[in-house]
Design a protein around this ligand. Structure first.
Ligand code: NOJ
Length: 729
């Protein structure tokens, strides 16, 4: 019996080398059926040419992609009957934005800027996942992103390090609670360490090459925040970082993660990432890849089999010391112990819990609230919200009545459990209201198109339910163009030209996983709502916004470009030497494009409401800050419109001068407040020394000098609050 960590040591002493190495292997769930089929001898997996010998099957440390309690129970039972030392299996899965009840995609959820709701979404996911027998989720993904071509921006919190950190921490709190081994909790795995989001040209798995200055000041905060919150596992990334694959990168894993940050948990490779080091041309063969990954401290190899095939020989030849393997196994078994699996290997298989919690009313309600709060109103000429007693609405487009609005990384979520936009509107429109739906808009003949135009003209409002098919974002779904699908674009332009400007009652609702090029629509359509992939309750949540039951309050966490040519695009970029320092008249030689602005069409932090907020009298209370003190910036926000609303008030700071070139501005804090119509609130932000610091040559420093302070409603809409002079004494 394993009652404490000392017992784990004894257990390791009693294991054969092969048993230890098998603990370091993670088996893909696709082969789980072979557990039942073991009479038939060695098996060859369905994916690739891998061999899954019976020895391996009954000694592996963990399995991924098993998603139901009954299957997991069966596997655990058979496994324990065969496993010599009765070491329980551990189950892992990508629960990224909900398990059965799907929440909005992470990029959408981030736009809520609502950490309580994000944490709550992870609690719900943990409850639903843990009753299905899952022990570890491969979330949060803390990769900072700047390039909308990358398909995995949909999994990321966006372009800002501060938000990225707060969201990672909230997710870890939500999944793990105070004890990842407690009922209804999961252990979390932060990924992909490190800087996977900076893949060159937004092409998935591509090279990352960046300075330490940039890495520390932008890219690492999200992972670090998860570690500070006690995350139990870290996943390596597929990319190389400065010429070395992350999966063998000792700077990252030995020096930084283990030594400097003192991470005691388990490190897992990404899927096949150990083998891929051979393709990178970094390892001469699988054996070298295994050695390099083990030496970097990668405890578990996901799916590829370089450890299993090579470690015994490497140890026998003395290339690797057996204690390296022992350390890895100790970390893996510790996690099993912390999860309570030694005490009861069956504790998480709860079929009744699945019945009770999966898609339950409470979870659906929470998903609906977060979905509505993540939507970002990009344009509105006043057409929204629609009148409550509206008599006729037409919904047009592929997402008009589709359950395919969950987004990637929702493997267990089902379209048939999802509330479509049509259903959501039906639920809320008066029973007398007419609702016409046209899902097909591609390749219409004249008559079919004419029918839609007549309906549109007869209706009080027309919702264009358009966007990207779900599998246009997510892993391996990078795009070189970030436009709407061509057929949708063609239809929209045709429809717009068939309508007089005065009679245009179009509202565009976008379902997509990345920032898109929206300039033409912004000029030609009265209202644009970014709905992302809103999840299981998506249709209800969109209807909540369209009909004004919920006032939109989402703010973008990733810049929307004029054109893909602006990529990478982000608000917190460094100052250049041009325009600063140039005389008027010499604008031509500025750092700029000659055919479009430098800035985003819709910037970071941007999002409209059905009401308006006035920022008044924002100013610094004093202009000096001495080391060890704090300064304050205060002002008032007035809800100057005629309905209740929420506003996210944002604090930005610009460091005018430093030993390194500094960003034009950086988000340092924010407050999300709710005000009734006509109500005002006093807002105060505390400015600390830490907010003025940055990473430079191995440490965080604060330098004397001037800092501009801004408060506003987006990175482009800021009120100057004065200049703060920081001095050491
Ligand atoms: C590959 C992905 O990069 C990673 O994010 C995921 O957790 C693993 N596959 C497991 O599915």
């Amino acid at each position: 019996m394993i009652n404490n960590k000392k017992d784990i040591q004894k257990l390791i002493d009693s294991m054969t080398l092969e048993e230890k190495i098998a603990q370091m292997y993670q088996l893909p769930g696709q082969v789980y059926d072979f557990y039942s089929d073991r009479e038939s001898g060695p098996v060859t997996g369905p994916e690739g040419l891998r061999e899954y010998t019976q020895d391996l099957l009954f000694n592996v440390g963990s399995v991924l992609n098993i998603t139901e309690a009954s299957t997991a129970r069966k596997i655990q039972k058979e496994y324990l009957e065969q496993n010599r030392l009765e070491i329980p299996l551990m189950f892992m899965f990508d629960i990224i934005h909900g398990h059965k009840t799907i929440f909005p995609i992470p990029l959408g959820a981030a736009c809520s800027w609502n950490m309580n709701m994000i944490e709550e979404s992870a609690r719900v996911a943990a409850r639903e996942g843990s009753v299905s027998g899952i022990n570890v989720t491969f979330s949060p993904m803390a990769d900072l992103v700047r390039d909308a071509r990358w398909g995995r921006v949909m999994e990321s919190p966006g372009e800002d390090p501060l938000l990225n950190a707060r969201i990672s921490a909230a997710l870890v709190r939500g999944y793990q609670g105070s004890d990842p081994g407690a009922k209804h909790n999961l252990a979390a795995c932060v990924k992909h360490f490190a800087a996977y989001g900076a893949a060159e040209a937004g092409r998935d798995y591509n090279t990352v090459d960046m300075s330490e200055y940039r890495l520390f000041n932008y890219y690492l905060q999200g992972y670090k925040a998860a570690l500070d919150e006690g995350v139990k596992m870290v996943m390596t990334s597929f990319n190389t970082l400065n010429g070395v694959p992350a999966t063998a990168n000792k700077d990252l894993f030995c020096d930084l993660l283990r030594d400097k940050w003192d991470f005691q948990g388990t490190v897992i490779s990404d899927w096949d990432a150990v083998s891929e080091m051979v393709y990178h041309g970094y390892s001469s063969d699988g054996s070298e890849a295994a050695r390099q990954a083990v030496e970097a401290g990668v405890d578990i190899e996901m799916v590829s089999q370089e450890y299993v095939n090579n470690l015994t020989e490497l140890i026998e030849e003395g290339v690797i010391k057996e204690n390296k393997v022992d350390q890895a196994v100790e970390r893996i078994l510790n996690l099993k112990y912390e999860l309570g699996l030694f005490a009861d290997p069956f504790k998480f298989f709860d079929e009744q819990g699945e019945e009770k919690y999966h898609l339950c009313e409470e979870h659906r309600k929470k998903a609906r609230r977060l979905a509505a709060e993540s939507m970002v109103l990009l344009e509105n000429n006043g057409i929204l919200p629609l009148e409550n007693n509206i008599s006729s609405v037409t919904v047009v487009g592929p997402f008009a009545d589709s359950g395919e609005i969950l987004g990637e990384w929702s493997a267990v979520g089902r379209a048939e459990d999802t509330v479509t936009l049509k259903e959501g509107l039906k639920n809320q429109l008066s029973s007398k209201a007419e609702l016409h739906v046209f899902s097909k808009i591609a390749d219409l003949n004249k008559t079919q198109f004419g029918e839609i135009v007549s309906r549109v003209k007869e209706s009080e409002a027309t919702v264009l339910a358009v966007g990207e098919p779900q599998n246009w974002s997510g892993e391996a779904n990078s795009r070189g163009r970030i436009t709407l699908p061509e057929k949708q674009d063609r239809f929209i332009r045709r429809l717009v030209s068939a309508l007089d400007e005065q009679e245009s009652n179009l509202v565009m609702v976008l379902f997509n996983g990345r920032p898109l090029e929206l300039e033409w629509y912004s000029e030609n359509i009265p209202a644009l709502l970014e709905a992302w992939y809103p999840g299981t309750e998506g249709g209800n949540a969109v209807a909540d916004i369209l009909l004004g039951r919920v006032n939109p309050s989402g703010k973008l966490t990733m810049s929307f470009p004029y054109s893909v040519g602006q990529m990478p695009l982000y608000y917190n970029r460094y100052s250049t030497g041009r325009p600063r320092g140039y005389e008027p008249g010499e604008e031509h030689y500025y750092s700029r494009y000659i055919d479009m602005p430098n800035e985003a069409l819709y910037p970071f932090g941007y999002g409209l409401s059905y009401t308006t907020f006035d920022y008044q009298n924002f100013a610094l209370e004093k202009n000096e800050l001495t080391a060890g003190e704090e300064a304050r910036v205060t002002g008032e926000i007035l809800n100057s419109g005629d309905c209740k609303g929420q506003e996210t008030v944002q604090l930005y700071i610009q460091d005018f001068e430093g030993s390194r070139v500094r960003p034009l501005k950086e988000l340092k804090d924010y407050q999300k407040i709710e005000l009734a119509a006509g109500e005002r609130a006093e807002i105060s932000f505390c400015i600390t020394e830490e907010m003025l610091s940055y990473y430079c040559e191995g440490k965080y420093i604060v330098e004397e000098g001037e800092f501009a302070v801004f408060v506003g409603s987006s990175a482009h809409d800021l009120n100057e609050c004065g200049t703060l002079y920081y001095k050491k004494s």
